[in-house]
Design a protein. Sequence first.
Length: 334
Amino acid sequence: MSAGRSSRITLLVAEAAARRRAKVGVVDVCTAAVDALPIGGAGLSARSRTGPGHPLCSTDEISERLEELQLTLGEGPCVDAFTLGLAVLAPDLRTAEMRARWPVFTVAAIDAGAAAVFALPLQIGAISPGVLDLYADAPVELDAEHLADARAFADCATLVLLDTRIEESAAVRGGPLRHGRGEDLGRYRAEIDQASGMLTVQLGVGIEEAFVRLRAYAYAHGRRLADVAADVVGRRLRLEPDPPTGPSTPTDPSTPRGPSKPAGPSKPTGPSKPTDPSKPTDPSKPAGPNTRPASDPPAATDVPPERAPTAAAGLHEGPDTTPDATPEGTHDES
């Protein structure tokens, strides 16, 4: 980044902070980016490879929703930009390419009012503290100048986050940053971390699985992650552990489940009188078509089973093996 561009971007950010009559904060970087670039809003999230991410600021409700969506869903340009360490540009979320890469995020982002998203990682050497997200409400391409400015804003945001001389209290207190308002980042992060810790006890799982369950509940109920975390910490919400999937209860073989009643022997009809072979048949009396035979065949007899079947037949003990019923944007590598 040229010294001239860096100085210009820094001045724009300082002017945004002066309008707020406050020290420079990440919200001023987002506000200045919206004023300088062909976008509708901007948001910034802190990211870590060892723990959950946290939204830091947003300029409007749509950008706030986009930050929450990507944190909750675990997919989107912001997630990929942080993972890859590259700018991820999605100039039109409606294309099949974008839908194939982020199938859940694209639908939710479009519903929220975004049509294009550009994510730029915050980086200084090996340090990557977060991602700057820019969105537009209509498909748009960033030309070379706009992209260079976007990178300069991301570099400025990195310095602001890592500069210990700028206190976190420069942001205005009071909830997520909506329409340029600030948030107490420490309180937000502590609340999510505390909620995740409480879920490890409630659900009997590790901290990573607890955070996944917290995100899943927020997404399934259409709520902000911060609100769900607050309810868990305030003991207004308790998540229940999954039911055990141990072996099925064996059936007592001594208690048959309604076996069919064995049929008794049928009543014999009595055998016909045997014909004496020594007596020749009278050839003068041929049997006519309607003449009844001399003797009927013996009727079949139902043989009772030696042992009635029980309901446990065919059952076995062991674990229940019944199955449970229960992303392509453009990488800018320049």
